[in-house]
Design a binder for this molecule. Structure first.
Ligand code: UDP
Ligand code: MG
Length: 310
């Protein structure tokens, strides 16, 4: 059994891979443990795969999984987990935003008896204002919505042990939110703080759409509150509507209190309630989409080629 597996999801990261490999290698040499580096090529359209395969030819500890297309970051990491053999596993981004040097301190921390050591971002370099703001809001919203303790300002950069990995691998959902799933399984978890660097090269593979989808995976995966909110809203608005109906009847039959523009005010409330209803239906749809994906039981990913024998 290998001591340490390092999982690197890769989507168009050709310009980072050589430096990333060197930096990981430098850390591991000092750790004196056996290791494997698993690159999961998630349908890159640049030369990432060639670089990875070249590394694998000259270094037996380099493993790769090449997907048949882009399946997404969370799936790439899940595939790495499934194919890993290490007693401990590190998940790290390929773009060097997560400093590989931290692996050494995580390794040390784990030996104090922890099952998970995650990295908490105290500062994020090179991200635009919108990304910082949406991330901040999202992590706090999620915290408010869920009863699973999912740490704020934390990505997937972390070290986990085999027990945790096996527990996560037992979770069958298709829409993965790994940082939540790892929290959900329990065990002893702690964190180290770090400053998240800016990208070494290239651009983010997380488009705005992917980010929204990922956020919805986090919320729907770990909270049913949005579904219940529909009911709560329903009751609140029905109560208000009932009072308004009484008032309308009173105004119509017992007073001459007819106001110009009444209709438009009614229109506003109709539009408003219509909007609330659509949001609620949409939220139910989000859960249905995920139920549908889980029921279909499709494979999570399709592999084109790998040098890992399971
Ligand atoms: N990534 C991936 N598939 C994707 C998008 C991203 O495997 O569809 C990888 C990417 O190569 C990187 C990690 O996931 O190693 C984090 O992605 P990125 O840096 O683009 O996200 P950001 O840091 O901007 O949130
Ligand atoms: Mg990044």
């Amino acid at each position: 059994m290998t001591d340490l597996s390092i999982i690197v999801p890769v989507y168009n990261e050709a310009s980072s891979i050589p430096t990333l490999y060197q930096r990981i290698k430098n850390v591991l040499i000092n750790l004196a443990c056996s290791y494997e580096i698993i690159f999961v090529n998630d349908g890159s359209r640049d030369t990432s795969l060639t670089l990875i395969k070249d590394l694998a030819t000259s270094n037996p500890e380099v493993k790769f999984i090449d997907f048949s297309r882009n399946f997404g970051h969370q799936i790439a990491v899940s595939a790495g987990l499934e194919f890993s053999s290490g007693a401990r596993i590190v998940i790290i981004d390929a773009d060097l935003q997560d400093p590989p040097e931290m692996i050494a301190s995580m390794y040390e921390k784990m030996s104090e008896g922890w099952n998970v050591v995650y990295a908490r971002r105290v500062q994020r370099k090179g991200e635009n204002f919108l990304k910082l703001l949406t991330a901040k809001v999202f992590y706090r919203l999620l915290k408010g919505l869920t009863s699973t303790h999912i740490p704020v300002d934390t990505g997937d950069f972390r070290m986990i042990d085999r027990k945790v990995a096996n527990a996560v691998l037992q979770m069958p959902e298709r829409h993965k939110f790994l940082r939540g799933m790892i929290s959900w399984v329990g065990f002893k978890q702690t964190y180290l703080e770090y400053v998240r660097d800016s990208r070494y090269a290239g651009r983010s593979g997380y488009s705005f759409r992917k980010m929204i989808r990922f956020a919805m995976d986090g919320i729907t995966g770990f909270s049913n509150l949005p579904l219940k909110m529909a009911t709560v809203f329903g009751f609140i608005f029905s109560a208000i509507a009932f009072l308004l109906i009484l008032y309308t009847l009173y105004a119509r039959f017992f007073s001459n209190d007819y106001v110009q523009g009444w209709a438009s005010i009614m229109m506003i409330s109709i539009l408003f309630i219509g909007g609330v209803q659509l949001i609620c239906v949409g939220l139910i749809g989000e859960y249905l989409i995920r139920m549908d994906a889980n029921l279909k039981q499709r494979p999570l990913f399709i592999i084109n080629e790998t040098n890992i024998r399971k």
